[in-house]
Every structure is written in structure tokens, then in C-alpha cells.
Design a protein around this ligand. Structure first.
Ligand code: HEM
Length: 450
């Protein structure tokens, strides 16, 4: 008999989940090398729902939009986010809102929502716009590593808009490094604090971040300022509940992590796609040039070419490539039996290329998001780069606002290209990033264009 995750209870009408029999670590390595080829081969071999034992846990991958809906909408409250994500990032992003569940999650998210109202977003936009305009005036030309530039720019925005503190470049770099190490730690093969290893660096970096935030709290509590840190210190639910100092620190560390790499990855993808398909770059630039350099929050909706480019980039490479959940009771997905304690993963990276939902799914084709085709609406889980259900990204409007503001300025001031035939090499070992940091040739347009 072939391997299964667990036998389905007699009389339940459910089917046992088939399981990969090969070495789990080798499987994960193959998945990280080429998630698309790996996903297709596994699906062909075992079907859309299949299990794997690796890194000491049992995971079930539930592919397809229907399975995504069942797990993420979680009608039966059978799946929890915290215990699943904790396995990867728990020690480093302790008690971030994505690691909380059910009532506790609802309570924290409700208070946090105060920091993401349209009024709050407009305030952040006002803070970030001049900073972005200034940085764009100084954007390097010649051979530029786009990933590095976007990282440093989003870090500057984060320091201003999230933290509202002025830091020396040195201190900002140290904080940035601490973030990177905490994020990378989650995908370590060696999941123990061996000195010098990823896990160990992650734990040390978490301490650096905690110390930094705790040190700033008294000043933030004392005076309300327009940054997210201050908003979280003062946010109050309708019932008058507020965050404790520990809550604020945990949420700040988590939100910074959640915001930083995701936006950077999206912009790198957009820059790559628009370099490889210059007609899209020109079309987006033409629209940006019709508008003013300085955009208000409500103007962003007018950048519809850029919007389609962004959506298509998020489809082809969602920065959060999978969403894990843990079954907190015996349950089922798509008629398959899932025992309590199993991690069920929704592979949105490969789901986003489902040929049943998208025509020619590997091709960059932003027009698929236009009103005539609206392929993203073919299923309510067809396009979910920001997730779905109660844990859906709280920063989705913030993220899009920042990304569009930066790309709008970049398009107005510069044009960029990659050599013909260039394909961006991807590292899928943690969040998906270009291995070569996306080198482009950047040329400044006339100053009048900015
Ligand atoms: C393009 C940018 C972004 C993408 C693609 C993205 C993607 C996601 C996804 C997929 C989730 C859900 C994960 C799950 O359900 O397992 C999520 C959650 C979250 N994101 Fe984002 N995100 C982005 C930007 C941001 C920004 C800018 C912020 C903050 C300002 C942010 C804050 C959060 C938070 C706090 C959660 C957890 C929500 C909860 O559990 O209730 N994200 N994000």
C-alpha cells in the first residue's frame, strides 16, 4: 500500500491523504530549487492534496482555489494560523498578530485596525511622499542593483512612517540587518541556536529589535505623533482596550517584518517585468507623466496601468508564497481526512498559475486584470497575494500606496533596462527574492519629468 498521512476514520466517507515516501529534506530542497516544476510533478503523482514528512513535522499541501477557500475561510474554525506560522517564525516574531488566533486575534486586530483607517493612511502618505520624492531625486544611475535600492528606500520609509524616529545611517543599517536575520532564521535547516547559524542569529536579532523598541516607548506614549508606532501606543478599541508595552513591541516587530520584504519583493518584480517588457514600462510612464509628480491618496486609483502591472507581478510572484495553517481538531480538506496537529499549506505561488483560472499562466500579461477579461475574478481565491479570511493582510492598502508612490516617481524620473533574454534568477528558500538582486541599467530622464 502506498504511504498515507493517516487513515481516514471508518464510515467518515473521507479519503486518506497520500504522502510522499522520499526523503523529506531532499523534497524541500527540490521544492526550493524550482517550486513550479516540483509542484506540478507532485500533483501529477499524488493529486492536489498530498502530505510530506520533513523537518520534524507532517505537512499537507492543499493545492487549488477550492482548497484555499476551505482552509483560509475556515468556517469550521478547524485551522489556526499561530501554531503553523510559529513553527517557522515563532521565536522571532513572537505574538505578532498573524501568530494569534480566534478571539485573541480578533481583539488585537480590532485595536490594530485603528492604525490602518483611511484617515491614518492619508496621514502616512503625507509623511512618505516628500521622503520618496527626495530619495528619487538621488536614485543612482548606470548599473543598479534594484533589490538593494528598494530595500534601502523602504527601510527609510519604514523608519519615518512606522517609527517616526531619526536614526544615524549606522543604526538604521544595524536595525535592517537585525530584521533580515530574524526573517531568514525561520527557514533554517538547523532549527537550534548553534552559534553562527541562522537560528542563533535570528534569536540575537530579535533581542536587538526588542531593546530598540522598548527604549522608544516612553517617548511614544508621552506624545501622539503621526507614525504607526505612536498610533499603536495610543490606539483604543470601542470598548476602551489598549495595547500593553509588550503588545506594542511585538506588533511593531511583526508589522515591520510583514511590510518590508513584501513591498521590496513586489517592486523588484515590477521593475523586472517592466524592464523585460518595455512597452509596459512606457505605457505606465505615459500615465504617470500625465499626472502630477506629487500624488494624493485618492490619485493612486488613476494609475491603472501601473495597477495592472502590480497585480500581474503579485500573481506571478506573490511575496508570501504559501500560507500555512494547523488543524486544531480532526477535520477535512476537499474530502481528504486531516488529523489534528497537521500543518496544511496553501501554495499560492503555484495556485496563481492554475491554467483553469488563468490563460497562458506563466506569461506576463497585465491585461488579464482588465475589466473585459478579469481573470482574477474567475474564483474568489484566484488572486490572493494578500491572503484571505480573518488573517488577510491588514497592510494591503498601505503596501499598495507605498509601492505605487515609489514606482510612479521612478517612472517619471528614469528609464531602465535589462539585456535581451535576461531572466531573473530566483531564490525561493525563504520569501522569493532575485538571487542577483536584479541588476539593471538605469538612465535619468530630463529633470522636467520628475
Ligand atoms: C505587497 C505587499 C504585501 C503583501 C504581498 C502581503 C501579504 C500578506 C499575506 C499573504 C498575509 C496573510 C498571511 C496568512 O494568512 O497566512 C499578510 C498578513 C499580514 N500583513 Fe501583509 N503583505 C504586504 C504588505 C504589508 C504591509 C505594508 C503591512 C503593514 C504595514 C503588512 C502587515 C501585515 C500584517 C500585520 C499581517 C497579519 C494580519 C493578521 O494576521 O491579522 N503587510 N500579508
Amino acid at each position: 500500500m502506498s504511504a498515507i498521512v493517516a487513515p481516514a476514520p471508518a464510515g467518515s466517507g473521507l479519503t486518506a491523504v497520500p504522502r510522499v515516501q522520499r526523503n523529506g529534506i531532499l523534497e524541500i530542497m527540490a521544492m526550493r530549487r524550482d517550486p513550479f516544476a516540483y509542484g506540478a510533478a507532485r500533483r501529477a503523482e499524488l493529486g492536489p492534496v498530498s502530505g510530506l514528512n520533513a523537518l520534524g513535522i507532517q505537512t499537507v499541501t492543499a493545492a487549488g482555489a477550492d482548497a484555499a477557500g476551505e482552509v483560509l475561510m475556515n468556517k469550521d474554525r478547524a485551522f489556526a494560523s499561530g501554531p503553523a506560522w510559529s513553527y517557522f517564525i515563532g521565536p522571532f516574531f513572537n505574538r505578532g498578530v498573524m501568530l494569534l488566533d480566534f478571539e485573541e486575534h480578533r481583539h488585537h486586530r480590532h485595536i490594530m485596525q485603528e492604525a490602518f483607517t483611511p484617515a491614518a493612511l492619508k496621514g502616512y502618505m503625507q509623511e512618505m511622499s516628500p521622503l520618496i520624492a527626495d530619495a528619487m531625486g538621488r536614485f543612482p544611475t548606470g548599473r543598479v542593483l534594484m533589490l538593494d535600492e528598494f530595500k534601502s528606500l523602504t527601510l527609510d520609509v519604514a523608519l519615518e512612517v512606522f517609527l517616526g524616529v531619526e536614526l544615524s545611517r549606522d543604526r538604521a543599517e544595524r536595525l535592517n540587518k537585525a530584521f533580515i536575520d530574524t526573517v531568514r532564521a525561520g527557514v533554517a535547516y538547523v532549527r537550534a541556536p548553534v552559534p553562527g547559524g541562522r537560528w542563533w542569529k535570528g534569536l540575537r536579532s530579535r533581542k536587538v529589535l526588542e531593546e530598540f523598541f522598548f527604549e522608544q516607548i516612553p517617548a511614544k506614549r508621552a506624545r501622539a505623533t503621526p507614525d504607526l508606532f505612536s498610533v499603536l501606543c495610543h490606539a483604543e478599541s470601542d470598548e476602551g482596550h489598549r495595547f500593553s508595552d509588550e503588545d506594542v513591541v511585538n506588533h511593531m516587530i511583526f508589522v515591520l517584518m510583514a511590510a518590508h520584504d513584501t513591498s521590496t519583493i513586489t517592486m523588484s518584480q515590477m521593475a523586472y517585468r517592466m524592464a523585460a517588457a518595455p512597452t509596459w514600462q512606457e505605457a505606465a510612464r505615459a500615465q504617470s507623466q500625465e499626472l502630477d509628480g506629487h500624488l494624493g491618496y485618492d490619485d493612486l486609483a488613476r494609475l491603472d496601468v501601473l495597477d495592472r502591472v502590480m497585480k500581474e507581478s503579485l500573481r506571478l510572484c506573490p511575496p508570501v508564497p504559501a500560507q500555512p495553517r494547523m488543524a486544531v481538531k480532526d477535520t477535512s480538506v476537499q474530502g481528504f481526512f486531516v488529523p489534528k496537529g497537521t500543518i496544511v499549506s496553501i501554495p499560492q505561488l503555484t495556485n496563481h498559475r492554475d491554467p483553469e483560472l488563468y490563460s497562458d499562466p506563466d506569461t506576463f500579461d497585465p491585461d488579464r486584470f482588465g475589466p473585459e477579461r478579469a481573470e482574477d475574478k474567475s474564483h474568489r481565491m484566484a488572486w490572493i497575494p494578500f491572503g484571505a479570511g480573518v488573517h488577510k493582510c491588514i497592510g494591503l492598502y498601505f503596501g499598495q500606496m507605498e509601492i505605487k508612490t515609489i514606482m510612479h516617481r521612478l517612472l517619471r524620473g528614469y528609464e531602465w533596462s535589462v539585456p535581451g533574454g535576461y531572466e531573473m534568477p530566483m531564490d525561493y528558500s525563504a520569501l522569493p527574492v532575485p538571487k542577483d538582486k536584479l541588476p539593471v541599467t538605469m538612465r535619468r530622464l530630463s529633470a522636467a519629468g520628475r
